[in-house]
Each structure stands twice: as structure tokens, then as C-alpha cells.
Design a protein around this ligand. Structure first.
Ligand SMILES: Nc1ncnc2c1ncn2[C@@H]1O[C@H](COP(=O)(O)OP(=O)(O)O)[C@@H](O)[C@H]1O
Ligand SMILES: Cc1ncc(COP(=O)(O)OP(=O)(O)O)c(N)n1
Length: 264
């Protein structure tokens, strides 16, 4: 009997379950993929902000990954919050060794504005981890920071994508447009294709964990063997439904729903 597809997330925890590992696992589950998780950081955070962060020692992240990969090699793996170079080095070696399809959500700052990674880790992410990725899913601020290209128009998005593909060396990039003034349009660029998907903006502040959830859907679909384009299209439909039917939780920017999307 063939085994179920496995998706692995390597990320931090949010105890209120809206972002990070818990959001990823709920998303994997809802997409009928078996979810695994290696933890990079424990955060004390809620819908209002991040109160504290406790990073996991690199050696213990290594042990978690060894436990997973010595038993099963996941069909796809994503990373989210990776606070420092020590943990990034562990992840780099793991991806290189196992050649697992790797999706990077280049998490840097929470919606609340709180920083989630060290300043010098951003450079390591850009030069060492991104070239290993099958795809990377920055929001507008992350795309600006990584590419050095200020984004205020569609032309700027194309210029930033060109830097990701040709200077940094990622195979594909999805720039998500939740923070654009216009409709929330997302852009997928590969070496030979460019696709944009638009939706009507949903009038809500309950968007905590949208970036994590979007990239987790893509990871789940890639684990099932779907193409980058199919995974992108599913992620866009899923996140739109997840925001529209958000569960209205918390006093700040609430989470989205991980079980409202019923589509294929
Ligand atoms: N108000 C909204 N209505 C509909 N879609 C949204 C809204 N806000 C964000 N999205 C979608 O959620 C996904 C992630 O959004 P984005 O804000 O760009 O990332 P992040 O959560 O990492 O900051 C994208 O697909 C984006 O288009
Ligand atoms: C532990 C942890 N990881 C990632 C984030 C950022 O999540 P993201 O999906 O970018 O959502 P926003 O919170 O920015 O909407 C986080 N807050 N915590």
C-alpha cells in the first residue's frame, strides 16, 4: 500500500494557533496531507502582538530533523520563522542532503510589526537558503527587503521577481499582494511563465497567519505531486475562503479559518 503524502514544516510556534507551525499543521490536515513539524522557536504571542521569543538551539533543531528524516523523507518541506544563521545552516544542510522539495516563506516581521529574525540572518537567508528553494512566497515587504527593489507598482513587482529568479537563483517566486493598496493580487513568476491571480479584498483585520497558511497550502499541494501553478491556484482559493470565513477570534488581528475551503 502506498503511503500518504507527507509535508513538513520547520517553523516557530504561535500559542494562539493563528500563525507558524500550528497554522501549517491545520492547513496540511485540511488538504489531506500528513503533517510533520520541527520547531525553530517558541513564541509568546497572540492576536495583539509578540510578547517574547525563545529560540531553539541549532543542535536540537538538528536532532528533530534527524529524527524525522531517518524515519521518513517528507514529500515537501516548508520553512517559516528561522531566527538566526545557526538554525539556517542546519536547514541548508538538511535540504542539500535529502534533496527534498523546499518552499520558503521568508518570515521576517509579524503583522503586529514585531521582528521575528535577526538582522544578519536575513542576508544568510538571501544568499544561502533561497537558492535551494523550489519556490519562495514573500509578501510585499519581504520582497522589498530581500530584493532591494522598492515596490509601488506592478512594474516594480516584475523587477523584484527578476532579482529573485536571476540574481538570487530561486526556481520560482510567488509575491503575495495582501499589503498592496489595490486588490489583493498575487504573482507567480517562473523562468518561462508569469501568472497573476486577483480577488476582491475582504474587509477585515483578521488576517493573522495568512502568509503562513498560503505557503502551507502550496507545500501540501506540492507534496501531493501538483505543479507549482496548480499549487498557487489552490492556495489563492483557500486563503480567500479562509479570510472570508475567519472565526473572529481574539482582541487584535485574528486568525483565519483552516477548514472553510472545501474545493479540490
Ligand atoms: N483582506 C484580504 N482579502 C483577500 N485576500 C487577502 C487579504 N489580505 C491578504 N490576502 C491574501 O492573503 C495572502 C497572504 O497575504 P499577504 O498579506 O501578502 O502576506 P502576509 O500575511 O505574509 O503579510 C495573499 O494571497 C493575499 O492576497
Ligand atoms: C511563529 C510565527 N511564525 C510566523 C509568523 C508570521 O506569520 P504570517 O503568516 O506572515 O502572518 P502575519 O502574522 O504576518 O499575518 C508569526 N506571527 N509567528
Amino acid at each position: 500500500m502506498s503511503r500518504m503524502p507527507i509535508a513538513l514544516t520547520v517553523a516557530g510556534t504561535d500559542p494562539t494557533g493563528g500563525a507558524g507551525v500550528l497554522a501549517d499543521i491545520k492547513t496540511f490536515h485540511s488538504r489531506q496531507v500528513f503533517g510533520m513539524a520541527a520547531i525553530t522557536a517558541l513564541t509568546a504571542q497572540n492576536t495583539i502582538g509578540v510578547q517574547d521569543v525563545h529560540n531553539i538551539p541549532g543542535q536540537f533543531l538538528q536532532e528533530q530533523l534527524d529524527s524525522i528524516f531517518s524515519d521518513e523523507v517528507p514529500d515537501a518541506m516548508k520553512s517559516g520563522m528561522i531566527a538566526n544563521e545557526e538554525m539556517m545552516t542546519v536547514i541548508k544542510e538538511c535540504v542539500e542532503h535529502h534533496q527534498v522539495p523546499y518552499i520558503i516563506d521568508p518570515v521576517m516581521i509579524a503583522t503586529s510589526g514585531d521582528p521575528l529574525i535577526d538582522e544578519d540572518a536575513a542576508e544568510f537567508l538571501r544568499t544561502q537558503l533561497l537558492p535551494l528553494a523550489l519556490t519562495v512566497t514573500p509578501n510585499i515587504h519581504e520582497a522589498e527587503k530581500i530584493s532591494g527593489q522598492q515596490i509601488s507598482s506592478e512594474g516594480d513587482i516584475k523587477k523584484a521577481a527578476d532579482i529573485f529568479l536571476n540574481d538570487i537563483g530561486v526556481q520560482s517566486v510567488v509575491i503575495t499582494g495582501g499589503h498592496l493598496d489595490s486588490g489583493p493580487t498575487d504573482y507567480l513568476f517562473t523562468a518561462d511563465n508569469a501568472i497573476e491571480l486577483s480577488e476582491t479584498r475582504i474587509d477585515t483585520t483578521n488576517t493573522h497567519g495568512t502568509g503562513c497558511t498560503f505557503s502551507a497550502v502550496m507545500t501540501a499541494e506540492l507534496a501531493k505531486g501538483k505543479s507549482i501553478e496548480e499549487s498557487f491556484r489552490t492556495a489563492k482559493r483557500y486563503i480567500t475562503s479562509a479570510i472570508r470565513y475567519n472565526p473572529n477570534i481574539g482582541k487584535g488581528n485574528g486568525p483565519v479559518s483552516h477548514f472553510s475551503y472545501k474545493g479540490e
